[in-house]
Write a protein that binds this ligand. Structure first.
Ligand code: ATP
Length: 354
């Protein structure tokens, strides 16, 4: 799915990205005659992130969001597909180009408790990337660390403290300062506030927004909870079982979602329910099927309250529902055989008719 934002060039362009993990793939498995099992964690993604924008990537746990972020930073090798960063093919970079990419693209992880080395001081954590990239001498690095601590809302005199002397929110601020040390252009924020108390989440989100404006940053913001991405994202892509099912502006996704999965995520009530007018609304039943054997056709059909026979075999290419809003669902195609095929049994029960 792609969309052009006037005036902004794509910084990250993803085409047909796939990342499969393999199980039962050891020599012993082969000796025992076991076939390798592929886990299709990311299975053909197309999207763009424009300079200066925040793309929210949402979906339930296990949909492949972290794998996407890690693969497009080349922290994991892709199985197939292409990623272009500032026009350059990420998978064909020379060592020198890759080093420069590693300076320009950073990541902030979810858990500020396990992602910071407990034996290193805040200053050492923040200056480590500068050391690795051989930037500045020790005194200048320390100066930069003090400056960064202050920019993320901590105090420069906390530089020699260890992670266990900080609260969760403060630790995440240290993680953010570390990500900023190399003056990057792009940051993957992988559930950066999910481990924090709700009261602290808003402060960290505000900080991320301020830093984006101050340093012209481009963000991929990963979250399982749509409400978290609402205020920080310009556009949102919704992911289900390794695929993007809908992309649109924040307004489109929240005001007129076009894919039943997006609607169900927004609803986020784990059972069928009714809106204030007594109409049935889309809700999520059951768990995400295993990416070892994803359903044929539309991967969401096994849980979709609108699924028809047609959805078991086929899924439409991304349909532009509104300008810049794309959804992969037959419900957005008026004259498709979808409308003439039988509803699936679970859909009849869940949707209560059209
Ligand atoms: N190293 C790995 N080896 C095998 N399978 C993996 C590996 N990492 C992830 N997976 C599987 O790939 C799928 C996608 O995982 P991923 O962590 O990318 O999803 P996610 O949407 O980020 O979920 P979460 O929010 O729980 O991290 C899951 O089924 C997961 O079990």
């Amino acid at each position: 799915m792609s969309e052009s934002t006037p005036g902004a060039e794509p910084l990250v362009e993803v085409e047909g990205l796939e990342k499969y993990y393999y199980e039962q793939d050891t020599i012993l498995d082969r000796l025992l005659g076991r076939d390798p099992v592929s886990i299709k964690a990311v299975d053909g993604l197309d999207f763009e992130i424009h300079e200066g924008e925040t793309l929210g990537l949402v979906g339930e746990s296990g949909c492949g969001k972290s794998t996407t972020g890690e693969t497009l930073l080349r922290l994991r090798e892709a199985t197939d597909g292409q990623v272009r960063f500032d026009g350059q093919n990420l998978f064909e970079m020379t060592d020198g180009e890759l080093t420069e990419f590693r300076r320009r693209a950073q990541v902030v992880f979810q858990d500020p408790f396990s992602s910071l080395d407990p034996r290193m001081t805040a200053g050492e954590i923040i200056t480590e990337p500068l050391e690795i990239h051989d930037i500045a001498g020790p005194a200048e690095r320390r100066e930069r660390a003090i400056d960064l601590l202050e920019r993320v809302g901590l105090s420069g005199d906390q530089i020699d403290r260890y992670p266990n002397e900080f609260s969760g929110g403060q630790r995440q601020r240290i993680g953010i300062a570390r990500a900023l040390a190399l003056e990057p252009d792009f940051i993957v924020l992988d559930e950066p506030v999910s481990a924090l108390d709700v009261s602290v989440q808003a402060q960290v989100l505000n900080l991320l927004e301020d830093l984006q404006a101050e340093f012209d940053l481009t963000y991929l913001f990963i979250a399982h909870d749509l409400s978290v991405v609402r205020h920080i994202s310009d556009r949102v892509s919704v992911m289900y079982l390794g695929e993007i099912v809908e992309t649109g502006s924040v307004e489109d996704i929240f005001e007129s979602p076009a894919h039943p999965y997006t609607r169900a995520l927004l609803e986020s009530v784990p059972r069928a329910s009714a809106d204030e007018h007594g109409r049935r609304v889309d809700t999520l039943e059951g768990d995400v099927p295993s990416p070892r054997a994803p359903p044929d056709g539309c991967r969401f059909h096994t849980r979709c309250p609108h699924a028809r026979e047609a959805c078991r075999a086929e899924v439409p290419a991304d349909i532009e529902v509104e300008s810049g809003q794309y959804a992969a669902c037959f419900r957005n195609v008026d004259d498709h055989p979808y409308w003439r095929s039988e509803p699936l049994a679970h859909a009849e029960v869940n949707a209560g008719g059209e």
